[in-house]
Design a protein around this ligand. Structure first.
Ligand code: IMP
Ligand code: MG
Length: 195
């Protein structure tokens, strides 16, 4: 797939999205394995899943369906956090754009995000959920980029360790594009920033 220097909501650099890092089949397999691990750690306990939007929506949709056979009394809600602007670097500041309203007092919460990068988003989200009185908060991410960590953070469940590259697909975007790709692909920037 190639999109020339198309400008969407600000600057978009010329780039290719053509190398598949994790295929649909690999992702489906890891999602099933994660569901089994999550179910084994939460026997007969209701679990509240809180997805961090927007990147987690595809992963969370597949994860809840993989969890269905384990009959965990799943409840789902979302919060919108933002730390990235239009480009590929974190602004360093996490903002809460929409809070979740599920009552999580005494509940086992599983925070779900697309990727653990600097760690700032999940560290912020975990503190935020903990302040609402859950019994326990665990974290689950599709991708972990340990090379980029700026604050110490370990996720409890990780589908794949990711190389230090900007990736898109399966919910992850570059400038709001590519969330619809059914697999994870690397973005290769082909020239210096345009405009
Ligand atoms: P952190 O706060 O730096 O850990 O960033 C987490 C958020 O940054 C993720 O939820 C993503 O939305 C975004 N992000 C980090 N790395 C990538 C990437 O390679 N592709 C797309 N989004 C990314
Ligand atoms: Mg995100």
């Amino acid at each position: 797939m190639f999109r020339p220097d198309r400008v969407v909501e600000g600057r978009v650099r010329p780039h290719h999205v053509d190398c598949v890092l994790f295929s649909e089949r690999e992702i489906a397999c890891r999602v099933s394995e994660l569901a089994a691990a999550i179910a084994a750690d939460n026997p007969r306990r209701p679990v509240a899943l809180v997805g961090i939007l927007r990147g987690s929506f595809v992963f969370l949709a597949d994860l809840v369906r993989a969890l269905h056979p384990y009959d965990l009394g799943i409840r789902v809600d979302f919060m919108i956090l933002e730390s990235y602007g239009a480009e590929t670097e974190s602004s360093g500041e996490v903002r809460l754009l929409r809070d979740f309203d599920l009552d999580v007092r005494d509940a086992d919460v599983l925070l779900v995000d697309d990727i653990l990068d600097t760690g700032r988003t999940l560290a912020f989200a975990k503190r935020h959920v903990e302040a609402r009185g859950p019994r326990r908060v665990r974290t689950c991410v599709l991708l972990d980029k340990p090379a980029r960590r700026a604050v110490p953070f370990r996720a409890d469940y990780v589908a794949f360790e990711c190389p230090d590259e900007f990736v898109v697909g399966y919910g992850l975007d570059y400038n709001r594009l590519y969330r619809d790709l059914p697999w994870i692909a690397c973005v290769t920037f082909t020239e210096a920033a345009s405009q």
